[in-house]
Design a protein around this ligand. Structure first.
Ligand code: CU
Length: 252
């Protein structure tokens, strides 16, 4: 990932020039200050709206419908068993393994492909296989380095069963939860370890496999908890634009 280590610069206001600031009558100052603030807020809001409107996300491959694998028994219940597959990339344009990542996407943004949107049967065993091609760094909170809500609270990483990964070497993560008011308590969290070296074109990746039982019918949302964006403490751009490091899971 590029540009992760940007700390905010401190500005020493005591060194700001103090001359020539005010020219109006003293009684006009609060009104001018208020007007300036209002204009500033409007300009910033307009700029944000224009930027975000230009980034409306369109999944290049639509919604991935899970592949049926037959039946599985979980805690004495026979459930449909299905499979999902996706990859996490250090960029959001071009192709990998022949699949478009995000045509027209911003190359400097990491992304999930070929789509971040999934459909599974309700109350089914879902086996997810992830190929993680990105480098990484430390989580803000090591809590997210622990696997939670999967079968056995484990994931298999490059063939090894783990309960947690190193919180300082995380590439991306998958935190899946229900929307407010639906399927209360549904929660899955799986961290993906970083690749040493950064680029999907190198062909290097980590393989993460995990199983979870989907909840009742409804729409669920997932997002990445590794600060892999830009600006806003690295929670801007790809992290704050829906569809790059976030998406839907529809249980039908
Ligand atoms: Cu991420």
């Amino acid at each position: 990932m590029e540009g992760r280590a940007t700390e905010g610069e401190e500005v020493n206001l005591s060194e700001a020039p103090l001359t020539g600031r005010f020219h109006g009558r003293p009684s006009a100052l609060p009104v001018k200050a208020l007007l300036a603030t209002v204009v500033g807020v409007v300009v910033v809001a307009a700029a944000a709206w224009v930027l975000l409107a230009g980034q409306t996300y369109q999944p290049p491959s639509g919604t991935q419908v899970a592949v049926p694998l037959g039946k599985a028994t979980v805690n004495g219940h026979v459930l449909p068993h299905v499979a999902l597959n996706f990859s996490t990339y250090p960029f959001s344009n071009g192709t990998n393994d022949g699949a478009p990542v995000h045509p027209g996407g911003n190359r400097t943004w990491p992304a999930t492909g070929p789509t971040p949107n999934f459909q599974v049967p309700a109350n089914a065993l879902v086996t997810v296989t992830v190929r993680q091609y990105d480098g990484g760094a430390a989580l803000n909170d090591p809590w997210f380095a622990t696997v939670r809500g999967t079968i056995g609270n484990v994931a298999t990483i490059d063939g090894r069963v783990v309960h947690a990964i190193n919180p300082n070497r995380v590439g991306h993560s998958f935190l899946l939860q229900s929307l407010p008011g639906a399927a209360s308590g549904f929660f899955v969290n799986v961290p993906f370890p970083a690749v040493n070296g950064d680029w999907a074109d190198s062909g290097k990746h980590r393989t993460i496999v995990f199983d979870f039982v989907s909840g009742p019918k409804g729409t669920y949302v997932w997002n990445c908890e590794f600060p892999c964006g830009q600006m806003i403490a690295l929670f801007g751009s790809a992290m704050s634009t829906f569809g790059y490091m976030s998406g839907y899971l529809h249980a039908v």
